[in-house]
Design a protein around this ligand. Structure first.
Ligand code: HSE
Length: 437
């Protein structure tokens, strides 16, 4: 039996990094057995910020370094794992590893979505793969699915809940009536949130993941500046109450879809989805991704989208794959973009039904005023609601909700601008999509 031992250079010993060390300790025998004894993985060096800090995992002192160059250049390091996050130091580490011909494993979706073009070019140039299963949907093997298992499918769409923190927050706001900050604090304490939780709540963590999935599905680099992203910061308990009353749940949804002319629609936003739809049952930190391929039809992938062990599971899978490739010198090279460019569908041309909440000054005729502008724009109304609080029956301001029939987002935006200029409207309307999935 030809057994090869590979040294890992682990950059980052936070929640996920510690999980990787623990998973490798726990399952070393299993990994070796499952690779026919060909791959043995050992932690060779670990990059930390502070050498004196107490660690959740025991590692020999000589393993630790505060210099990423030392880690990447160490001859004992065969595979570099980047888990520090961000797009600056992380970029330097990944680029240096690739230039040294060392395979990279990363969970950094922001890095790949923002700077993937440069890094995949380096990967190709130096024949060193980048593995990134942990970058999307935590423990769900969705990268491998899209990249390998569905390689023989034309992908019609990928729709999913791909940010565990947002899903957890929405869930806690719904089921426990928590306010947004309390729900976010819980998600952070559980290790679900990004180092910068703004990315979780403003939709960009999900958008980075959607960009990676779309790039794998359609083969061309996607400019983050060209996609429409909205987060859950605007969701208030009243929206959740309305959704429930109307038979919906509110979810942060990522939608990637290829249109008949080849244009790719890509957007992330809070959406109303029917309570009866399977995605409505995705609770807490769980993620679910529905992939529709022309041959396979619709498949749904469900699992824990964040957290120490699920994310470490994906990192370890990538490490084994990197080890296998090194051992056999015939593994695949990771992702190679195969188109120079493709067309993104402008968000203005995307079409759904909508839930729109207006903050209005209550006076006779306000509903009619808003309804007239909508009618003039040819936008149909399927329902209106304006709950009056029992303890404030004569309040001057109220929330007025309109459910609107399907129209283009561009027409909606234009019409809402007109409505916003009415005297009775006090602030920018809040819009959520109603997805017919
Ligand atoms: N912060 C991310 C989430 C972690 O909540 O989904 C996994 O990428």
């Amino acid at each position: 039996m030809n057994c090869s031992s590979f040294g890992i250079g682990l950059a980052g010993l936070g929640t996920v990094g510690s999980g990787v060390v623990l998973a490798l300790e726990r399952n070393a025998g299993l990994i070796s057995a499952r690779t026919g004894g060909r791959v043995k993985l050992e932690i060779a060096r670990v990059l930390v910020r502070d050498l004196t800090k107490l660690r959740p995992v025991a590692l020999p002192d000589e393993c630790l370094t505060t210099s990423w160059r030392e880690l990447v250049e160490d001859p004992a390091v065969d595979i570099v794992v980047e888990l520090i996050g961000g797009t600056t130091d992380a970029f330097e580490i990944v680029a240096a590893a690739l230039k040294a011909g060392k395979p990279v494993v990363t969970g950094n979706k922001a890095l790949l979505a923002e700077r993937g073009v440069e890094l995949f070019a380096l990967s190709k140039q130096h024949d060193a793969p980048i593995h990134f299963e942990a970058a999307v949907a935590g423990g769900i093997p969705i990268i491998k699915t899209v990249q390998e298992s569905f390689i023989g499918n034309r992908i019609h769409s990928i729709v999913g809940i791909i940010n565990g923190t947002s899903n957890y927050i929405l869930e806690r706001m719904t089921s426990a009536g928590l306010e947004f900050p309390a729900a976010l604090a819980e998600a952070q304490a559980l290790g679900y949130a990004e180092a910068d939780p703004a990315l979780d709540v403003n939709g960009w963590d999900a958008a980075h993941k959607a960009i990676l999935l779309a790039t794998l599905a359609y083969g061309f680099p996607i400019d983050p500046a060209k996609i429409h992203v909205a987060g859950i910061e605007q969701v208030r308990p009243i929206d959740i109450e309305f959704a429930t009353r109307l038979g919906y749940v509110v979810k942060l949804l990522a939608v990637v879809r290829e249109h008949a002319d080849g244009a790719v629609e890509l957007r992330v936003q809070p959406s109303f989805i029917a309570q009866s739809h399977i995605l409505a049952s995705v609770h807490g930190v769980f993620n679910a991704v529905a992939v529709h391929g022309d041959a396979a039809g619709e498949s749904l992938f469900y699992g824990r989208g964040a957290g120490q062990d699920p994310t470490a599971s994906s990192v370890v899978a990538d490490l084994v794959e990197a080890g296998r490739s090194l051992a056999q010198a015939n593994g695949h090279r990771g992702f190679l973009p195969y188109r120079e460019a493709g067309e993104l569908l402008p968000v203005e041309e995307t079409e759904t039904a909508y839930y729109v909440r207006f903050d209005v000054t209550d006076r006779p005729g306000v509903i009619a005023e808003v309804a007239r502008v909508l009618a003039d724009a040819g936008i149909g109304i399927s329902g209106t609601h304006s709950p009056v609080k029992p303890d404030q029956p004569d309040a001057d301001f109220l929330d007025m909700v309109f459910l609107l029939h399907t129209c283009s987002f561009g027409r909606l935006q234009e019409t809402l601008r007109e409505i916003e200029s009415l005297n009775c409207i006090n602030s920018a309307p809040v819009v959520f999509r109603i997805e017919k999935l």
